[in-house]
Write a protein that binds this ligand. Structure first.
Ligand code: GLN
Length: 459
């Protein structure tokens, strides 16, 4: 059953919230210790909520959009009474003392938060291997990484541990694990979802967004969390579209007349089996009425260096609060290698910055990339292409930092430009999922959702 249908069935009391919860909890009990998806769950509280929801439905009360749906949350988003560790020993004793704005909204819509999901330490990674709690295993590709940094949130949906989950995407951390785990993941336009209560990786890139098994689920969660937040100055004050109204039986018709851009460099940097699957997907969309045009993006080699330079500087500044006084540990004394690398390089660049050597240049490069992507998007409705240029590696294979960063080649662009982007499953190579990415103009999040809804129908 798709998620919009399930939500209706819970509201009509055909399925109870408690039944829904117990079904997921059984799966968690059975498989979480192998997969290492949830770092912490609170079943007592979840059961309480489910019972309350059921009795309110019985009384005929009107409930929120997420009534009775079970939700996992990445461990860098504040939820009251859970450990918010960002998978780092730095925060091992930190208990969430308030709900992030997105969590408040989820609770107002009667969603049931079941627990906190695994991730790369401070979201700095693409594999979930840097978690101090150990890697998550990819439920859709045994023995392989789930991608990252929101690997636990993607795996939670893929493993059937919850209806929906949320993660954060700074340079691909929602889309990358969605691609590797074969689920849907959506990074909204920068400023569409409040970052209040999210532990920063790089604040000018970070966005919170949903994971789901289908487009209806993405729509439900987007509708819940998107919108202006007076507590967060980067949110945009705009009229949030009714995302759920875009997911009808006729969604596939929306491909008719849509103009899709295929960027040849995005295919050139990707491995052949991935390119084949993307080309097949594009053909299917063309058959369903989309017009396909080829585009060229000359700055592909500039994207990773620009992204990482800005990431290091912003992350370094964000970590200065972990000096041991408030949270118990000084970050440099307890963190892992990748986090330390970023702190050291970020600190070096910040000191040298008086000469405008690095950061200023990176900001100029960022403007150039944004301008170029804006120019490409002007002529099309969306850009379609691979989400990740490579398949996920086997857990235990150690990658060099630059090899790890290369996973992000095609996802950082949307964060550099602040545009909406999403990934959904396009196919498999030897049983390993491959993601298709859509990117669109700022605030055209609805267009991406329409494409996802259409694609899931023709798949
Ligand atoms: N892999 C990228 C990085 O390490 C992206 C991380 C993210 O989006 N949180 O910075």
């Amino acid at each position: 059953m798709n998620l919009l249908g399930k939500s209706e069935s819970i509201n009509n009391h055909e399925i109870t919230a408690s039944e829904n919860l117990e079904q997921f909890y059984q799966e968690i009990e059975k498989n979480n210790s192998n997969l290492n998806v949830f770092l912490e769950t609170d079943i007592d509280n979840a059961r309480n909520m489910a019972e309350k929801i059921d009795s309110r439905i019985k009384k005929g009360e009107k409930l929120g959009k997420l009534a009775g749906l079970v939700i996992g949350v990445k461990s860098n988003i504040n939820v009251e009474d859970f450990h918010i560790t960002a998978a780092s020993p730095t925060l091992e004793n930190y208990m969430g003392s308030y709900d992030a704005s997105v969590i408040q909204r989820i609770k107002e819509e009667d969603g049931i938060i079941i627990g906190m999901t695994n991730m790369d330490e401070f979201a700095a990674g693409s594999s979930t291997e840097t978690s101090c709690f150990g890697c998550t295993e990819n439920p859709s590709a045994q023995g392989r990484i789930p991608g990252g940094s929101s690997g636990g949130s993607a795996a939670a949906v893929a493993a059937g541990f919850c209806d929906l989950s949320i993660g954060s995407d700074t340079g691909g951390s929602i889309r990358n694990p969605a691609s590797h785990c074969g689920v849907m993941g959506f990074k909204p336009t920068y400023g569409v979802v409040s970052r209040q209560g999210l532990l920063d990786l790089a604040m000018s890139f970070d966005q919170i967004g949903p994971f789901a098994a289908d487009a209806g689920g993405i729509a439900l969660m987007l509708e819940t969390i998107a919108g202006f937040d007076h507590k967060e100055c980067t949110t945009i004050d705009w009229e949030v579209p009714q995302f759920t109204s875009l997911i009808g039986e006729d969604a596939v018709n929306s491909l008719k007349g849509m103009k899709l851009g295929i960027v040849k460099q995005f295919l050139e940097v990707s491995d052949d089996p991935i390119v084949n699957i993307i080309e097949e997907s594009v053909n299917k969309m063309e058959e369903a009425g989309a017009e396909v045009v080829e585009l060229s993006f000359d700055y592909i080699d500039l994207c990773l260096p620009t992204y990482y330079l800005i990431n290091y500087v912003e992350f370094f500044s964000a970590t200065r609060k972990y000096d041991g006084r408030k949270y118990g540990h000084r970050i440099e004394e307890v963190c892992g290698e990748e986090v330390l690398r970023r702190i050291h390089i970020g600190s070096y660049i910040s000191q040298k910055e008086y000469s405008g050597k690095y950061y200023k240049k990176a900001l100029q490069a960022r403007s150039l990339i944004r301008r170029e992507i804006t120019r490409l998007l002007k002529g099309v409705d969306a850009i379609a292409g691979p989400t990740v240029p490579k398949l996920p590696h086997k857990i235990g294979n150690t990658l060099k930092p630059m090899e790890m960063y290369a996973y992000d080649t095609l996802t950082v662009i949307a964060n550099l430009a602040g545009i909406p982007a999403a990934s959904l499953k396009a196919g498999e190579v030897n049983g390993i999922p491959v993601g298709l990415q859509f990117q669109a103009k700022p605030l055209e999040d609805a267009k991406i959702l329409k494409l996802m809804a259409a694609f899931e129908k023709i798949e």
